[in-house]
Design a protein. Sequence first.
Length: 498
Amino acid sequence: MKRFPASILMLLAFAAGCTVGPRYSRPAAPAPAPDAWKTQPPWEQAAPKDAIPKGNWWQVFHDSTLDSYEQQLLQANQSLVAARDRLSQARSLARVASAGFFPQLSTDPSALRERGSGNRPLNGATSSVSGGSSPAVPPYTQNVFTLPFALSYEVDLFGRVRRNLEAANASLQSTAADLGNVQLVLTAELAADYFTLRELDAEYQVVEESVGYERKGLELVQRRHQGGIASGLEVAQQATVLDSTISQAALVQESRAQYEHAIAVLVGQPAPSFSVAVAPLKATPPAIPLGVPSEVLERRPDIATLEREIAYENAQVGLARAAFYPHITLSGAGGWQSTDVTSLLNAPSLFWSLGADALQPILQGGRNRANLAATRAAYDQAVANYRQSVLTAFQEVEDGISNLSTLSKALSTQGAAVEDARRALEIANNRYVGGVTNYLDVITAQTTLLSSERLETQLLGQQMVSSVYLVKALGGGWDPNLTLNEQVRPQPGQILQP
């Protein structure tokens, strides 16, 4: 066997450490505000040691029922199950890419029985004697048994194999971050639906209380009408108000049913057999640790997903660059071949060959150049998407803080408005009973009180939902280390795996 010169072996070893194409570095993101958010929260900020619980971020609301539903979602939500399956698929694809670091060995045993023609050509001679009546060579029948092996190994001179694994790992980490984002979106949607449902419970309670005192009002007017004090118009007006309020109660119940069905889907339960016990909302939004704006870049899984997509596209640029360089493959073949199976593994039956193949693109009709331009454009697109997501993240946090600030002020003034409406209704009732005014003032006061109480309840519900979405905008309790730990590396044991 002829040995390769030492200089060639040294050259191959040196070249195997080269990787063409750009090295990856995270692109610059839009600069955030210095160290504080533009809008300050309406509550006392949490202590620096406090943080959103890792993973179980909804625990900041201290609602055991919500905690129970969130755990059901983590176990049974089918969208989340699908996202976990996508992560498993990405892990397997990354392991596929790591197989390129190892030699590929295959075998193709065969057994053949064949008959050779007696009129076959032989060294250019005619196939028959002078009269052509008898064969030039005798026919034959024989067996051929072959046990071959083929070995090939790509010398990764210009980093094609390494870039391929780099791309696969970036895709794996992007999928891991996407799983975190899917979980965050679903758990936030569940919490928002839950607090909206609780708000509707409280709103229904308000409407039902209104129905109660409007029924009493109708009884009063009817008695006065029977006594000849009130007119039939006043009775009809009060009955109209009562019927309208009963209709509002039915609509509130319908809205509640819709949110109950939505929660059923989120926790993986059939809507017909799922129910949420009535419990009017009695909560206040917790103090949420905001941190500084720059921390949002590390907290949000959707930003991490797009950043890993940039790393993937960067690896694709490297692969496109590697296509301009030689593709070198070392190969070997060997095995045993014999016409008799009993002598198949004898030494004379052995055959082998060694070789190397260097494929160098020369003229490709511009294919490689166009592919490189396409990968660079895809990289630039991924960078733009990443920067846009950063801007959107800052906007969502500022929106959340602003919403809570506005709702806090509105809820404070609306509480005073409810008290004023109650006092106005009491005065209107007294004036009507005393014969000072007509019943229209009472109806107006009833309608105003109901509207004020419903609005107060709705503002509280919006406040809780806005708190949920602020936590979501901050990334929930997502842990970026879960993404960074998702990485496949070639393992020595793979060399013996099929």
